[in-house]
Design a protein around this ligand. Structure first.
Ligand SMILES: Cc1cc2nc3c(=O)[nH]c(=O)nc-3n(C[C@H](O)[C@H](O)[C@H](O)COP(=O)(O)OP(=O)(O)OC[C@H]3O[C@@H](n4cnc5c(N)ncnc54)[C@H](O)[C@@H]3O)c2cc1C
Length: 412
């Protein structure tokens, strides 16, 4: 916990993937500098530990209508791929044990109406020369161990990993000139021309520069409040299935599957034979849910499990967690300066394992006064669009989620 008065060259608020990646890279680029990294809770224990573990290059896109649309998708793909490579370089260089599985990912649907969407996505991936295939019928059932889905598109590019192990490794990789203070919520910050000051309950830091890396907590901290908003995602995971249970679902190879329907369930079978289901997305005004509220979400996960694997008991779930993620109206991320010495990175719209690592790394270059090709590439991306004011925004998002949930009721 941060106590008393501290001085640093760079202070970073938020020790998820973004803050950890930025702290590491800045400290390496500036070995004489002192970096202070603060987190309100434990480092890499928020969304950066409790996500679904899909490190993706391509994201489902419903075809493209023009050359312009194709170029936009290419640009988006190029950035996601750079982000995936950024994580891959770290994982391979430091032999990080994070259950890295480069076997690709599935986009799947149980609804006939979504099949055309997957076919169009296949055409788009074909134009980008990205390896993929459409799987249906008995082949699909055998691959997944369930006959729930009608069609799946498998893409070669995605990596499945264990997100908490990756986050722990990012902490272990922090150089000695980084001081990490946990349980140190930043209550306020102020910035003058030459220095910034951040205040926690028991201490404060004065530094030359500040990086805000709080992602889903941006709006709560009054940062980019008119551009980004938080959403709460909740998931459950079973204990490892025993031999008999696993045989009952056909002993499938591990897989990760994203629904072709917005709000449809994200489902994984991990390499230690656990099944993970995430099928709730909510506007949630508080961070903590009551036990009863959590149990209602678990019941949704049990339904999701049993629809796909009726031979398994929903009580196999042994863990349940929620996390806050950050969304913008047009899926754009934040990589910006609020003032010359105050930077902010975040809002990865559900795709933050790679982008948070990359944006953190590139923020370190920016804060060191170094321009890179990747910074140019990131800055060329669209900015998050302006959102309606509260409470209109919260109600608008709730209505949209309700509509999506109704449309996705067969895929949840
Ligand atoms: C359930 C779930 C599933 C997801 N699945 C995927 C997936 O499969 N693939 C993918 O790529 N992404 C996924 N995401 C998104 C991904 O987890 C995030 O984009 C990523 O973790 C963002 O990292 P970050 O470091 O920017 O933010 P975070 O990990 O949220 O870290 C921000 C940190 O800031 C700290 N903080 C906040 N306010 C303060 C303050 N005032 N003072 C000090 N510290 C503060 C928080 O405690 C937190 O540790 C998922 C998210 C959730 C919730």
């Amino acid at each position: 916990m941060l106590q008393a008065e501290q001085q640093a060259d760079l202070v970073i608020v938020g020790a998820g993937y973004t803050g950890l990646s930025a702290a590491r890279q800045y400290a390496l680029l500036n070995p004489q500098a002192k970096v202070i990294l603060l987190d309100a809770q434990l480092a890499a224990e928020g969304a950066s530990a409790r996500n679904s573990g899909y490190l993706v290059d391509s994201t489902l896109n419903d075809g493209h209508m023009s050359d312009n649309g194709l170029q936009q998708y290419r640009d988006k793909y190029a950035l996601n791929k750079a982000a995936l490579d950024c994580v891959a370089d770290l994982v391979h260089a430091h032999q990080i044990d994070c259950d890295w599985d480069a076997g690709g990912k599935f986009h799947a649907t149980a609804l006939a109406a979504n099949e055309a969407k997957l076919e169009r996505f296949s055409q788009l991936l074909g134009e980008l020369d990205l390896e993929h295939k459409i799987i249906t019928g008995a082949d699909l059932e055998q691959r997944l161990g369930t006959d729930f889905y009608r069609m799946a598109l498998w893409t070669q590019g995605g990596v499945m990993l264990q997100p908490a192990k990756l986050g722990r490794a990012y902490i272990d990789l922090l150089p000695e000139n980084v001081s990490l203070f946990e349980n140190s919520p930043v209550l306020r910050w102020e910035a003058g021309t030459n220095q910034v000051r951040v205040v926690t309950p028991l201490g404060q830091v004065t530094a030359a520069k500040l990086l805000l890396a709080v992602n889903g907590f941006m709006a709560a901290g009054n940062i980019k409040r008119d551009r980004v908003f938080p959403l709460t995602l909740t998931a459950s995971m079973t204990r490892p299935l025993d031999d008999e249970e696993y045989a009952a679902i056909g002993n499938p190879q591990p897989w990760g599957l994203l629904s072709a329907q917005a709000m449809g369930a994200t489902v994984r079978i991990t390499n230690d034979r656990r099944i993970m289901v995430r099928n709730t997305v909510e506007v949630w005004p508080r961070i903590n849910m009551t036990g009863r509220q959590l149990m209602r979400r678990r019941a949704m996960h049990m339904r999701g499990l049993q629809r796909r694997f009726p031979q398994l008991d929903g009580r196999l779930f042994e863990s349940l967690w929620s996390g806050i993620t950050c969304i913008s109206g047009n899926n754009a991320q934040v990589f910006d300066r609020l003032q010359p010495n105050v930077m902010v990175a975040g809002c990865y719209n559900g795709g933050g394992i790679g982008l948070a690592t990359l944006f953190g790394q590139q923020m370190a270059y920016l804060a060191s006064g170094q321009m890179t090709d990747l910074i140019a590439q990131i800055e060329a991306r669209p900015q998050p669009s302006k959102l309606p004011p509260q409470p209109l925004l919260a109600w608008g998002v709730r209505l949209r989620l309700l509509r999506d949930r109704i449309l996705a009721r067969k895929e949840i």
